[in-house]
Write a protein that binds this ligand. Structure first.
Ligand SMILES: Cc1cc2nc3c(=O)[nH]c(=O)nc-3n(C[C@H](O)[C@H](O)[C@H](O)COP(=O)(O)OP(=O)(O)OC[C@H]3O[C@@H](n4cnc5c(N)ncnc54)[C@H](O)[C@@H]3O)c2cc1C
Length: 457
């Protein structure tokens, strides 16, 4: 067995890299972080995508483990449910869960990243370098080659091992691929996304219900909006890239306005400068990354670098934060680098695969099935079954979002059993209103098929 870990390099001071630096340095490791972008503490840097994000229980648990939730806490906005804007202009709030803590939170990506970098800078043992990019593997196992963006000088990283937390387009992953140590494949989605701003009202207030994640579901595409602290909302349009209804067809101001007037009139009324924003902002690609091996030659991939997913479950960052927490726990268990890297991959791979699948499925739920009467009936039925069997029947969305003690892979497996049970009940009752159903006859199947869970709350 090699000696206990003492020093490590992290590539990327994004969401996962900065949090991991805090967690590892708190465990006594010397941590050197290399980030391609300039230092955000010196002024705003445009990250170029997703202005705000949904933070949920898995991410919160990791932030709490690093002792950072309190300082992040005053910047976040609770979102209690989905605010559904239907095609005829109607609006209804569908709560995410049934208990007061079953909510998610809107958080500014740049604000959160800055808070994490500031926290990392305060922990003894962390050295942060900005404007330095990974460009390949280093000479010695466990190192990578870097380039200083200002001088062009190249050098190898410090430390015994390197963790690549450099996001979906990871240069560390590409370096491992070039060395024949892994292979990856991106599964692109036919849809892309574009961000737009719904400004605050003249008095600084919110022009939509503040404590909600708003959705305008339109079957093949959708618009969503998350609240920001300044009274504005960041809206994101998810739409096919090509075709008559795609981004390609929306290149002229008139076409943009006509599309919004037809599909999202209530949102259009809130965006006076829609055409200017729409034509100025880029459409970003979306996809799922499948990477065959997450480690080799003393280098590990983590977060989006290992397993980027589509954003429809709001779990990419939450999953990346969970990666950081679980990796730190492996070091607590006394593992050396090779053992910790291998155990991390073994433990996290099935969970990353499960959330990748659920994120894709949630897209269909968000844009389409929330409009379907059968879906709404089964959802209501699921909530009643949860009240009846709170330790056995928990809607899949709730397992993923509110129960970090249930691994993603278990949520996927239990969710499939629950879907079966719901479909059977719904079929058997011929679509009766779930509120009036006697559920006692179904207790036995739930006790038999869904073992009791050890829940944290
Ligand atoms: C539209 C959209 C909406 C999303 N919404 C949500 C949400 O609501 N909830 C949620 O949980 N997740 C969401 N996600 C996913 C989330 O953004 C990612 O999962 C998360 O950012 C992953 O963190 P990371 O640290 O692994 O990567 P990143 O945050 O991408 O950080 C990577 C860092 O590495 C740096 N870097 C890149 N290349 C190099 C290099 N060669 N050398 C050095 N540094 C480098 C980058 O500059 C960056 O700072 C969303 C994603 C998108 C696209």
């Amino acid at each position: 067995m090699s000696p206990a870990p003492r020093s490590v390099s992290i590539v990327g001071a994004g969401l996962a890299g900065a949090l991991l630096a805090v967690l590892l340095a708190r465990r006594g490791l010397r941590v050197t972080v290399y980030e391609r972008r300039p230092d955000p503490r010196l002024g705003p840097t445009d990250h170029g995508r997703s202005i705000n994000l949904a933070l949920a229980a898995r991410g919160i648990r990791a932030l709490e483990m690093a002792g950072l939730m309190q300082e992040v806490g005053h910047e976040i906005i609770a979102m209690r449910g989905r605010g559904i804007h239907d095609a005829s202009g109607g609006y209804a709030l569908l709560p995410y869960g049934q208990r007061p803590h079953e909510i998610i939170h809107s958080v500014s990506r740049s604000g959160l990243n800055l808070a994490l970098i500031e926290a990392a800078a305060r922990v003894p043992g962390v050295e942060l370098h900005f404007g330095q990019s990974c460009i390949g593997l280093g000479e010695r196992p466990g190192t990578v080659r870097l380039r200083d963006e200002a001088s062009g000088a190249t050098f190898d990283s410090e430390g015994e091992a390197t963790i690549g937390a450099d996001g979906a387009g990871s240069a560390v992953r590409r370096a491992l691929e070039a060395a024949g140590l892994t292979r990856s494949r991106e599964e692109p989605l036919a849809h892309a996304y574009k961000e737009l701003t719904i400004p605050a009202a003249a008095d600084g207030g919110y022009r939509l219900e503040k404590y909600a994640l708003h959705i305008w579901p339109r079957a093949d595409f959708m618009l969503i909006a998350l609240p920001n602290n300044d009274g504005s909302f960041t809206a994101t349009l998810f739409l096919q890239r090509s075709g008559d209804h795609g981004f390609e067809a929306l290149r002229e101001p008139q076409a943009v306005r006509a599309f919004f007037a037809r599909e999202f009139p209530t949102a259009l009324a809130l965006m006076p400068d829609l055409e200017r924003q729409f034509l100025a902002n880029p459409a970003g690609p979306l996809g799922t990354l499948h990477c065959e091996r997450w480690q080799g030659r003393g280098v590990l991939l983590l977060g989006d670098a290992a397993h980027a997913i589509v954003p429809f479950h709001g779990q990419g960052m939450n999953c990346a934060f969970e990666d950081c927490a679980e990796f730190a726990l492996l070091l607590d268990a006394g593992l050396d680098w090779p053992a910790a890297f291998a155990a991390f991959e073994r433990q996290r791979r099935p969970n990353a695969a499960a959330i990748a699948q659920m994120a894709l499925e949630n897209y269909v739920e968000m844009r389409e099935t929330v409009l379907d009467a059968g879906f709404l009936r089964r959802k209501a039925l699921g909530l009643r079954l949860e009240q009846r069997h709170p330790r056995r029947f928990i809607p899949r969305y709730s397992m993923v979002t509110f129960h970090p003690e249930i691994p993603y892979a278990d949520a996927l497996a239990r969710g499939a059993i629950q879907q079966d049970i719901l479909a059977d009940i719904d079929r058997g009752c011929g679509g009766t209103d779930p509120a009036s159903l006697d559920l006692a006859p179904f207790d036995a199947v739930i006790l038999e098929r869904l073992p009791e869970l050890a829940l944290a709350r």
